[in-house]
Design a protein around this ligand. Structure first.
Ligand code: ZN
Length: 281
């Protein structure tokens, strides 16, 4: 999955660091992330944006590589620092960067870019928020309101029915491959409650034997996804939510089309069912 970058190690602990010349900087504008325009993916070094050092914010490290965030208004601001030797990677393309640990760096930085960009003012009193120096937090000096990075918990659910798996397709989305039942947790719910509610809402099915599979940070909707397997309980007649889905069906294990792209939890769970790796020993 996208966060599996072994043997590299992700260090998210906040440190009140100042950029050094050899550190990396990720300049984000509304258009996307500016990268060096070379065949190989190359992040810019802080040296190349030296006059913007004051605006850089420490993000995280991977092994000994330290990454800093730099908000820029648009491409011309990048041009002014590094000339035309750069390219802009749009949000949807970030997860396809190579090597893989750079894709993880880019999407994780993208999530933090979204958080910084949408939290400039205090939601309680309207004052300008400041970057705290002890933790990754934005602080209102007037009313002490504290804003932490937003993480939305959500579930991915593989509902099984003997040798068949419940697969769905979203209505009106660019993503047209088969997916699993998925949805955000609501306030007051446990993950297991969310699993039962989402399967009922999307497919009209009751489930039992809910088992945790694994989790994944998913930057594109600020999610922390929790994957669960469960079994249909009682009738297996699907009553599909026509507003959200264009298709919901039971597919036999051998009929499941799997294009293995090792970045998403959904894909990994579908593969696990197809290859019988989800079965309890
Ligand atoms: Zn305030």
């Amino acid at each position: 999955m996208i966060q599996d970058i072994s043997p590299f190690k992700y260090h998210v602990e906040y440190e009140n660091r100042k950029p050094e010349k050899e550190d990396f900087v990720l300049p984000f504008s509304r258009e996307g992330l500016a990268l060096r325009d070379t065949e190989e993916i190359a992040f810019f070094s802080c040296r190349e944006f030296e006059e913007k050092t004051e605006q850089m914010v420490y993000l995280f490290s991977v092994d000994a590589m330290r990454f800093f965030y730099l908000p820029v208004s648009d491409e011309t601001e990048v041009d002014a620092c590094v000339g035309s030797g750069h390219r802009i990677i749009k949000r949807q393309e970030l997860r396809r960067l190579a090597p893989k640990h750079f894709a993880f760096v880019a999407v994780t930085a993208f999530q933090l870019d979204g958080w910084y960009r949408t939290n400039k003012f205090c939601g309680r009193c309207g004052n300008t928020l400041f970057h705290d120096t002890k933790e990754r937090m934005l602080l209102c000096p007037a009313c002490d309101h504290r804003v932490y990075p937003r993480i939305n918990p959500a579930v991915i659910v593989a509902v099984t029915n003997g040798s068949r798996l419940l697969l769905t397709k979203y209505r009106g989305r660019a993503y047209t491959n088969y997916a699993l039942v998925a949805g955000f947790s609501e306030i007051g719910e446990s993950f297991e409650d969310t699993v039962r509610r989402e399967v009922m809402e999307e497919a009209g099915l009751s489930v039992k034997n809910i088992r945790y599979y694994g989790s994944q940070p998913w930057a594109f909707a600020d999610n922390l996804l929790a994957g669960y397997f469960c079994e249909v309980d009682g009738s297996d007649e699907i009553r599909m939510d026509e507003e959200e889905l264009s298709e919901a069906c039971w597919l036999e294990r051998e009929d499941i089309p799997v294009e293995y792209t090792d970045s998403s939890l959904t894909n990994e769970m579908i593969c696990a069912f197809k290859n019988r790796q989800n079965e309890q020993s």
